[in-house]
Design a protein around this ligand. Sequence first.
Ligand SMILES: [Zn+2]
Length: 684
Amino acid sequence: MNMSKESYITFLLKVIVPSVLLQLLFVQGAVAEKVEIPTPKRNLSIGYINKEIPKLTAGTWKGKRYEALVPDTLDLAERATLAIHGITNIQDPEYDYELFWLAEFNRIPPVMIHQTLGPPWLDGENYKLMESLALLRLITGSRLSLEIDQRWRERTLQQIGPDGLAYWPEKGRPWLSMDVPPGGWKPALGDTSQGQISTLGMSGRLIAAMTLYELQDQNPVWRQTIEKMINRLAELTVYKGNYGYLPAAAVAPGAEVPADFPEPSKGSWRYAQAWLIQGLTQYYRQTHHEPARDLAMKLTRYLMGPSENYDSDGAFVGMDHFHMNTQGVLAISDLALATGDRELAEFARKTYKYGKSIGDDLVGFFPEGLRYLNEDGSYEHKYRSVETAETCEVADMIVSGLKLADLGHDDCWDDVDRWLRNQFAENQMTYADWIYRLIDKEAVPAGSEPLPDRKKGEGRSLYSGRPIAMPINSPHENGDRVPERHIGTFAGWPSGNDFFYWDPETHGHLGAMHCCTGNGSRAIYYAWEHILDYRDETLRINLLLNRASPWADVDSYIPYEGQVDIKMKKTCNLEVRIPEWVKPEQTVCTVNGKRKEITFRGRYAQFGRVKKGDVAVTHFPIAERTVRTKIGGNDYTLVVKGNTVVFMDPPGKWCPLYQRDHYRGNQVRWVERERFVGEGALHW
Ligand SMILES: [Zn+2]
């Protein structure tokens, strides 16, 4: 990182000092509380590898709840409540609350589907939602469907094999078959006739979930399980010089790896170890367990160089799936932050900058597929769609931006503010009645041959090619209230202006995939956590969004009005970062209604010391402007107020995004909300 002396001191303060302090967090961090857990359903015919597990009880976070009148503006706590609704509703209670990974909304009726992906992921998408649900409960204090938390914990321990890895069983789960590797991937290493398979990269997301379980449950079984798993992962890693790589996407129990095992061939599982790097980093941040850091470092050195995933300028050159690349950017920026390694921080900055250059930097649209310019000037799609932005890559860029902001790159706060308010917020499903209308009107775009009569149930599913009116294929599929159950989940294939993109010439899907819900819902936590931070008797407000906290409650009027109220709950210094469209001299600040002279440190307005009970207010101008731009290859006219898109033309066809006329009024609306303030803090 190219740093001035001052920013290096900031770096030391923000990274090194907190990381030392954070060692204590595992015992002093977010506080857990025991409550009564409803009895979960248990499927006794599933052939988990571990038959005997200790008795355990899921813990929950402790905190205070109260009602408050808050501005009806983007509220991440409200989004977290929605996401908990979505996450808990897309699980299958008949199969130990296993995720229906896929949904098809244009089937009659709409269905959710169990589907096993290729070995880099397999059923590891379940782990992402375990991590997210624990984090979202800390934002909201929600106790909805705690039986799921209970069964997920039991299932996790049932999945742990004698070698310490977590295995998905074939027996009792008919959507997984060892005979035919799903998606044509290479078979797993080792003896798969045991009917058990473990995905190495995805173990990182399970380590993350178990790290949170340890904090919630105070049960030492989690720490023991994590550390044994790390030992086995380190044993399976192939080491060369200062780097190491995973030998395969997946393994069977007891797999052995020869010392000179070749590097993985090019392809997406070369990238999958990024998940593991981040899980190891998260565990290291909480505990300072050195083997976690050492393995994360070795895998990172592989990702940064020998993998040839990125070139020396940080360009994504190994694979044209945006998300595969940015999961590495995210993992490396997180490890840089946890260790203070400046080379990693610089690498993360370069790759992030490249990611920004590929997407739409205003709304935060990052395409699922990269596109390459041919010599004759035409574009080539090497992989999938450049017209859609999976929530996965939008979330990766937001979280990487937050990590880089923590590393001292101040302008990343503005990036994150734009992307959160626009593509990210719009990618979350907040209502579902439109899904029922999909199957009525001419829902199949022109060009399908011949145009089917959907009233008679003709036509094919766009994802699977199966007839739209085919009977529900039990137990793989479920057609019970699928649209409503999806409220709070995140879009898999949104375009710039719609929840879906579908074009007969290329492709697209009228449904959802819940990798995106896993990554989107987790990003809510990261963004919520970063809205403010309290350190050294100073409360710093980084993002002007609604937020309750132990130090102050923040009410943001943006984009109705250029105003933010900070209701102090503790006497301390206060700094407020003003948004990018505001000049410092345009800012007017008051405390308890009296004008307050302020100075600026960078973009932070310095209030100095404010007292418990004070209301500190920042006012600044906010206005609309018109922007003409191309997003995902299509032309749009946007009206943008501050950083918020309040109008988009043309509108989408299925579920148009940016239906935000109300934001064009210049007087804030208020809404009654329950606020929750958890005890302690969790830096994730
Ligand atoms: Zn996704």
